[in-house]
Ligand binder design. Structure first.
Ligand code: ZN
Ligand code: MN
Length: 475
């Protein structure tokens, strides 16, 4: 048999982090709220109510489209997509069918240091359904999520393995977070995947009927489901001598680690799409789109390149791209020190190390302001770099500000001019040889004298002032 290759495409649903829902004024943040408390007659699909598109959601969807290098279509509209299910109060979803908001984009992603590109077919906007919880014979319905704005992002079948699908999905998640359109929190189901996979003989170009795996909620599930289904299709190929006869839809049983047939093509649901009569067509002028394009932040891949250019290691740059809070810390500290290496040592080595030891997340650690103050205290010479490390450890442990810790521990450096002058005089008297070689042009000899002062003062003398006063006396 000829070698087979997998052809994979994804449909990604991402919840948008807008203040209100897609077509009504209900609170879009239902996290931790009682079931069915963030609902109204519109998102409950009562007859006679009128949906009004959320301007914030449309703007965020346009921003995302542009970040994915899509063309925002000058005209698009909403359609009703009908299906009967208890999580859908209106009996239809308001989605976009033949005229989506945006089409034809690309996403570059990296895998094992190599650049790959996946084409984006389209991005459209729709509303989410409610959440059903099955308990024995009972089904509990919570409609808080019904009406949450969703972006559906559909790719071309450009992915060739489960690893590629995951690498692409991870990059897409970074981009959504960078754009600010979705929090893309996987644990809260804010990003979900449907993955289509088919096989073909390597070297051929025909697309064979595919298996669509529905509702994958994590990168791990995406990876496992694609590996499982790919192997299953291979077995079918070996048994029948070819691909599937028609498209199928399967579900992923995470506990059992296998897929299960949901429906054959023949019985596929007919959604009876038609244009949503209650919402006028959407129109975007070139100027509007360009305004939004100008406000796009730097994308994760660009950010990573920036940090690499500052001399950071690949893993350090990746950590900053993936963790916005550490990035804010790093940027603030680097602003103070003007030195990427030093900022990286303070934030990515020391801080991350202390957080790990204390079993805390960055959000539970010191705030950016406190880290900036610490860096400023080191830079101003209030404390030495070594003392700074101890202060940082205490900041992580206690949550106190660097100032409080420095003062309480009496760590403050000696910055009293008179006291330092006295120490410097003693140092000059005690190190005649060093003074001679300095005067003979060996500037390195200065280090020995400064070192003597630091030792005498038990590390508390302000090294910057010691240097200055020393230079004044012998320079
Ligand atoms: Zn509502
Ligand atoms: Mn959809």
């Amino acid at each position: 048999m000829q070698e087979l290759e997998a052809i994979i495409g994804l449909e990604v649903h991402a919840q948008m982090n807008t203040k209100t829902k897609m077509f009504c004024g209900c609170d879009n943040d239902a996290f931790g709220k009682e079931p069915n408390t963030t609902v109204c007659p519109i998102c409950m699909g009562h007859p006679g109510t009128l949906p009004v598109p959320n301007a914030e959601a449309m703007e965020k969807a346009v921003r995302t489209s542009l970040a994915l290098h899509c063309t925002v279509n000058p005209a698009s509209h909403f359609d009703r997509k009908h299906y009967f299910y208890p999580d859908l109060p209106a009996g239809f979803q308001i989605s976009q069918y033949d005229y989506p908001l945006a089409s034809k984009g690309t996403v570059d992603y990296e895998m094992e240091g190599e650049k790959h590109t996946c084409r984006i077919t389209r991005l459209h906007v729709e509303n989410d359904a409610g959440k059903l919880t099955h308990r024995g014979d009972l089904t509990l319905c919570d409609y808080n999520r019904a009406g949450t704005p969703l972006m559906e992002i559909v790719t071309e079948p450009d992915l060739r393995s489960a690893d590629e699908a995951v690498a692409f999905a991870e990059e897409l998640r970074r981009m959504l977070i960078a754009v600010g359109s979705s929090d893309a929190d996987m644990f809260k189901g804010m990003m979900r995947f449907d993955a289509s996979i088919s096989l073909r003989e390597k070297g051929t170009t025909k697309l064979n009927p595919r298996s669509e795996i529905k509702n994958l909620n994590s990168f791990k599930a995406l990876e496992r489901a694609l590996i499982f289904e790919g192997n299953r299709l291979k077995d079918i190929w070996e048994e029948t001598g070819g691909p599937l006869k028609h498209d199928i839809t399967v579900g992923w049983l995470d506990d059992e680690g296998r897929t299960r047939l949901l429906r054959d093509k023949e019985t596929a649901t007919d959604y009876r799409y038609f244009p949503e009569p209650d919402i006028p067509p959407l129109q975007f002028s070139g100027d509007e789109v360009e305004e939004i394009r100008k406000s796009l932040p730097r994308m994760p891949a660009e950010l990573k390149a920036d940090y690499l250019a500052l001399g950071l290691m690949d893993a350090e740059a990746a950590m900053l791209v993936d963790q916005p809070l550490l990035r804010a810390h790093f940027d603030a500290v680097k602003d103070v020190t003007g030195d990427a290496k030093r900022a990286s040592s303070l934030v990515l080595t020391q801080l991350v190390g202390f957080l790990k030891a204390a079993d805390k997340s960055p959000a539970e650690g010191p705030g950016t302001d406190h880290l900036r103050d610490l860096a400023a205290a080191i830079r101003a010479g209030t404390i030495s770099g070594n003392a700074g490390k101890d202060v940082l450890e205490k900041m992580v442990e206690t949550g106190k500000s660097p100032r409080e810790i420095i003062e309480a521990a009496g760590m403050k450096q000696i910055s009293d001019t008179g006291a330092i002058e006295k120490l410097v005089d003693e140092a000059i008297a005690a190190n005649p040889k060093a003074i001679e070689s300095f005067k003979a042009g060996k500037s390195a000899a200065l280090g020995a004298i400064v070192g003597w002062v630091m030792k005498e003062s038990k590390g508390q003398a302000n090294p910057k002032m010691v240097n200055e006063i020393l230079m004044k006396k012998i320079g």
